[in-house]
Write a protein that binds this ligand. Structure first.
Ligand code: PEP
Length: 259
């Protein structure tokens, strides 16, 4: 593999809308704006995914139905159904148009999700034919203590427990340093490159080099149209998971077309 990324793996740009926009009408406007900016047949060389709040998935999926843009969910229950008030199953998400689901976003880990819960979501998503985007990343104090690689690789191993090599074709991993999410403090391309390389090494340890080389690994944390090009040059960065800059059709277009 070359030192810079010649995109042997199909790149992924995923926009995590978090708890935005404020209502269904605005979500529809954003989806329509993205569809009109990116066209309906323009994106052929990358996977583009928007990840709206759960109540908007159905409408956003319908708006994007004729486009190449896929729709994901931000979270799901590890349970398949039953007495779990307030929870949403993978099957429900799939039935309203979701193809992907985030697992272990740091905002949810901070809210109490453990590696065990994240792993259960990853495995249930795969059972329901949803593609999990497993999010991992270290806190600033962990990086400062020199423990970032160890911590992130442990999250990868824990998140993938029980996932088979065959299932790994459906899994995307997103490295999102917690200190870079929503702060404007993007990791340097070199730091993003070196951690994604360590993640690939960890996947190789778990599944062998062929699976590791085929797995898409994203960087997330204050990615913008102005910095995506440099990040995407890193040989192990296969795309981006983006929050803030995915909330305007113009900047989402800039991300998708920015490398
Ligand atoms: C995210 O929500 O996963 C994220 C990376 O957010 P932002 O791009 O705003 O840092």
């Amino acid at each position: 593999m070359s030192e810079t990324n010649d995109h042997e793996r199909r790149p992924v740009i995923a926009g995590n809308w978090k708890m935005n926009p404020r209502d269904l009408e605005s979500a529809g406007d954003l989806a329509e704006g993205i569809a009109s900016k990116l066209g309906y047949d323009e994106i052929v060389d990358k996977d583009v995914i928007v990840i709206p709040p759960t109540p908007f998935i159905s409408d956003v999926s319908q708006i994007l139905e004729l486009s190449n843009i896929q729709v994901g969910a931000q979270a799901m229950s590890p349970e398949n159904g039953g007495a779990h008030t307030g929870e949403v199953s993978g099957k429900m998400l799939k039935s309203v148009g979701a193809t992907h689901v985030l697992a272990g976003h740091s905002e949810r880990r901070t809210g109490g999700e453990t590696d065990v819960m994240v792993n259960a979501q990853v495995r249930t998503a795969l059972d329901q034919s949803l593609r999990p985007i497993l999010c991992v990343g270290e806190e600033l104090n962990v990086r400062e203590a020199g423990d970032a690689v160890h911590t992130v690789c442990a999250q990868v191993a824990a998140g993938l427990k029980g996932v088979t090599a065959e299932q790994m074709t459906e899994v995307i991993v997103a490295y999102e340093p917690v200190w870079a999410i929503g702060t404007g403090m993007t990791a340097s391309p070199e730091d993003a490159g070196s951690m994604t390389e360590s993640i690939r090494d960890q996947i190789s340890l778990l599944y062998g080099e062929d699976v590791a080389q085929a797995t898409r690994i994203l960087y997330g944390g204050s990615v913008k149209p102005s910095n995506i090009g440099e990040l995407m040059k890193q040989k192990d960065v296969d795309g981006a998971l983006v929050g803030g800059a995915s909330l305007k059709a113009e900047s989402f277009e800039g991300l998708v077309k920015g490398f």
